[in-house]
Each structure stands twice: as C-alpha cells, then as structure tokens.
Design a protein around this ligand. Structure first.
Ligand code: SF4
Length: 334
C-alpha cells in the first residue's frame, strides 16, 4: 500500500459479462484508491459500469455470466479477488464493507420484521459475541441512530414509507460498524425532500463513525455536497478523477464532464432548455476503438477515433483526453 491511511486500492479492474452470442465489456481497466474515512463519488450515466464495480468489490457478481478478467482489489492490503468466498462472507461483507442497495423494496425481506433483519446481520457476524439481549439493544440503538423509533422494529417493510425503508437499509449496513460503505444510488427511489434528509443522515453517521464511503450516483449536486473525491465513469472507464475542487473548477475538464455539468439546471441563470449530451452511451458489446466518447464528443479530433487517450495529470487531478496531449507534464500519445 502506498500510504498507511489507504483503505482500498482498485487497480486495472476489468469485468465482462458473457452470453452465448456476445461479450459485454462492463468495466475496462479502472484504477482508483480510497483513504480511511474518505468519500469517493463514482459518477456516470446508466451503463457506465458503476454498479458492476461495486459488485466486483463485494464479490457478488453473478457467477454464471460475469468474469473478472484482470486487476486487483486490495482492501487493507489484501487482494479481495483472491480470498476464499467463505472469508468474504464471514470476515469482509457486512463486517468490513457494506452495500446499500438502490431499491430498499427489493432488497428487504418482505416477510421478516425490520428489527429481525437488522439483528440478523449482527447475529451472522457477531464478532463481539453479543448475547440475544445485547443484539436486541444494539438493534434499538441503530434504529434510533437512523431516526426510527425502536417500537417500529416489529413492523414489516410494507408498513414503512419509502424513506423509512431506506433508513432500515442504512441501519443494516451500519449495524456492524464497517470500515467502508458502498452506497449504490441510495436515494434514487425516494422523492426529493426525503432524498435530502436521507443523504444528510448518511453523511452525519459516516462522519460520526469514521466510515469511508463510495457513493455511486449520476447526480453531480449530491457529489458536491458529500464527497472528497470524484471519479467520472464512461463506458466502463474512469475518464476523469480528482478532488471535488478539481472536477468543479472546470480547469482541464473532460468534455464528457463538461456535458454532465451542462445538463444540470442553474438556479442563477434563466435557461429555456437544458443542454443534454447528444447521442447515447456506446454499445458495450462493440465499443469504439479510440476514445469511447468520440461518437458524442463535440470536440472530437481525428486521433480520438483511432487512439485511446491516456491520463494527463495535474497534481491529483487526472483526465483521459487527447485535448491535453500537448500539456506540459501530460502523457503524450501522439
Ligand atoms: Fe473528445 Fe477526443 Fe477528448 Fe475523447 S479524446 S473526449 S473524443 S476530445
């Protein structure tokens, strides 16, 4: 590990899905790292490879169709991809790394009381050898921590509102006090006012417990509020990565990131229409040869259609785009 604060280092990760007739290139050689207590926003459109990255870290990719072709995922110095699945189940998942799913309705068990679902995670890992009474007490405390009265532990998921169900998911993720939470679009299924409350609560709890987080989202506004660093993903690649200040400063910005900002409403200027990015994400079974964004890029040059851009670095800020080939200190491709 390059620094003692480093918690997670993903290097050159490549994941494909295969069927009888085609191969989907979902994640294509991504690298990033995360320090203890830090928050990284993983941003991109649907199909960019964000959730596949999360599932690869948790080792919950579907066995029959997904394959990690290359790369390492080092967590506290050990490569998760080489651990026996029993160690993932008992020593890592839930205990050290937790996942908050997008949709609480499909992630919660509809025929189990929510208190039992929170307690189940504790019973399964139970690294502190808690007695049933202590587990019950911890469930009550965790429910209160996420803003739900302890009496509601006897409710089934359908008796709770959408926001409360997501709070229960967060309680399940936090109850074993993991070192890393991966939150996969945790508020997408909620309405806007509840979204803000749930996000504020995740942030507060994360800070209180000192937990690191990977926040998967397509919303740059949420990232600005909650993250230290940002990785922008496109067609299975990280095309720009840096601190929130780097990404939002607009200096050495990737045209795709510029497009993402351009499609956001601005409260200070009166705009008739938002400017969406033209075109669609490329077919992951048949990706463009050069820059994956070239078919949609308003600044595309000839070189972009044939040669994939390498990263150009300015401090901790990295951008993969041929526009910066001549920049001093950049990796020149041409
Ligand atoms: Fe656009 Fe070329 Fe940069 Fe790709 S490499 S984002 S096509 S300018």
């Amino acid at each position: 590990m390059s620094n003692e604060n480093e918690l997670l280092r993903v290097s050159n990760l490549e994941v494909i899905y295969t069927s009888r007739h085609e191969t989907v290139h979902a994640v294509n050689g991504i690298s990033f790292s995360l320090n203890k207590g830090e928050t990284l926003g993983l941003v991109g459109e649907t199909g960019a490879g964000k959730t596949t990255t999360a599932y690869a870290i948790m080792r919950v990719l579907p066995d029959r169709t997904a394959k990690v072709l290359n790369g390492t995922i080092e967590f506290e110095g050990q490569n998760l991809l080489q651990l026996p699945i029993s160690t993932m189940q008992h020593g890592i998942r839930g205990e050290k790394i937790s996942l908050i799913f997008q949709d609480p309705m499909s992630a919660l068990n509809p025929i189990m009381k929510v208190g039992d679902q929170i307690g189940e995670a504790l019973k399964y890992h139970n690294k502190e050898n808690l007695t049933p009474e202590q587990i019950d007490e911890r469930v009550d405390k965790t429910l209160e921590l996420v803003g739900i009265q302890r009496e509601r532990k006897y409710d089934f998921p359908h008796q709770l509102s959408g926001g409360m169900k997501q709070r229960v998911m967060i309680a399940i993720a936090l109850v074993c006090e993991p070192d890393l939470i991966i939150a996969d679009e945790p508020t997408t299924a909620l309405d806007v006012t509840i979204q803000a409350q749930v996000l504020a609560m995740i942030d507060e709890l994360r800070e209180k417990l000192g937990t690191a987080m990977i926040l998967i989202t397509h919303d740059l506004g949420i990232v600005a509020q909650m993250c230290d660093n940002v990785a922008i993903m496109y067609a299975g690649e990280i095309i720009e990565i840096g601190s929130v200040e780097d990404i939002y400063s607009g200096e050495m910005q990737h045209p795709y990131t510029t497009g993402l900002f351009g499609s956001l409403p601005d409260l200070e200027t009166k705009t008739e229409r938002l400017r969406p990015i033209d075109g669609l994400m490329p077919d992951p079974t048949d990706l463009p040869v050069g820059c994956k964004f070239s078919p949609r890029c308003p600044r595309c040059m000839d070189i972009c259609r044939t040669l994939p851009p390498e990263f150009h670095t300015c401090g901790t800020h990295k951008v993969a785009c041929h526009l910066y080939d001549d920049r001093e200190g950049g990796n020149k491709n041409a």
